[in-house]
Design a protein around this ligand. Structure first.
Ligand SMILES: [Zn+2]
Ligand SMILES: [Zn+2]
Length: 230
C-alpha cells in the first residue's frame, strides 16, 4: 500500500520530480510524451506523499511552486491537491497556494494540475473565481481540469462556465462538464441546503432557456454513464 512506502520524504520528492529517464535519458519527453512508462515523475511517490501529509511534505511541496521547471510546479499542485488523504492536512495552505498557481502561472501543465488539485480541495468561491477565468483556455487539458474542478459547485458563475464547457470541442471536457452539472442532484442538502437547491433550480432554468444545450444530457441518469469512464 502507498501509505507503507519505505522511502524517505526526500527520496519520494526526488522520485516524484525526476524526469531523467532510465530508458530514454533527458529526451524522454519527446520519446514517451507526458506519461512515461519507465517511472519518470513517479506517481506512486506522489501518492505516498499524499498519505504522509505532514508539515515536512507541505513545506517541500511549497518550495516546488517556485521551480523554473513547469513540470515541477505542476507536481507541487499534484501533491498539494490531496495532502493528507483521506482526511486533509493544511487545507488552507493547499488551497491558497493552488489558487495562486492557477491565477499567476502561464504554463498549461501547471494550470491543468492546479485546476485538478482545486477539484480535490474544499470548493470555496475564491477557487471558483480563479477556475472560471480559464474556461476558454487554448489547452484542452486546462479546460478539462476546469470542468473537473467546477463539478458540483452551485455558484452561478460555476454553472455558467460548466454550461459553456458542455459545448467544448473535446469530448472529455464536454462529458465532464455534463457530469458536473448533473452532480448538483447529489449535493449534500443537509450541509449546503439552500445554496444547493438554488443552484439546481438555476441550472435547470438556464439550461432550458438555451436551445444550444441539450439539457437532457445534464441529467443524473446521463452523468452515471459519464462517471463510469473515469
Ligand atoms: Zn521516462
Ligand atoms: Zn521515455
Amino acid at each position: 500500500m502507498a501509505e507503507q512506502d519505505p522511502r524517505s520524504v526526500a527520496e519520494l520528492f526526488a522520485a516524484a520530480t525526476n524526469w531523467i529517464c532510465e530508458e530514454c535519458g533527458t529526451g524522454c519527453e519527446e520519446e514517451c510524451g507526458e506519461n512515461c512508462k519507465h517511472g519518470c515523475g513517479d506517481w506512486t511517490a506522489v501518492t505516498a506523499l499524499h498519505w504522509l501529509g505532514s508539515r515536512e511534505v507541505l513545506d517541500e511541496a511549497l518550495k516546488l511552486t517556485i521551480s523554473d521547471d513547469p513540470r515541477v510546479r505542476a507536481r507541487a499542485a499534484d501533491i498539494l491537491g490531496q495532502l493528507g488523504v483521506p482526511e486533509r492536512t493544511f487545507p488552507e495552505e493547499c488551497l491558497r497556494t493552488t489558487i495562486d498557481l492557477l491565477s499567476s502561472d502561464t504554463d498549461p501543465r501547471v494550470l491543468g494540475s492546479a485546476a485538478i488539485a482545486l477539484g480535490h480541495l474544499p470548493k470555496e468561491p475564491r477557487g471558483t473565481s480563479a477556475l472560471v477565468k480559464l474556461v476558454a483556455h487554448d489547452d484542452p487539458d486546462v479546460r478539462f481540469g476546469v470542468a473537473f474542478a467546477l463539478a458540483g459547485r452551485a455558484d452561478p458563475e460555476a454553472i455558467e462556465a460548466l454550461i459553456r464547457l458542455t459545448n467544448d470541442d473535446e469530448d472529455q471536457v464536454r462529458d465532464w462538464a455534463t457530469f458536473g452539472l448533473g452532480r448538483h442532484g447529489e449535493c449534500d442538502t443537509r450541509k449546503y441546503g439552500r445554496q444547493c437547491t438554488s443552484g439546481s433550480t438555476m441550472m435547470m432554468r438556464t439550461l432550458t432557456s438555451r436551445p444550444s444545450v441539450d439539457w437532457r444530457d445534464a441529467g443524473i441518469s446521463e452523468s452515471s454513464n459519464v462517471l463510469s469512464k473515469y
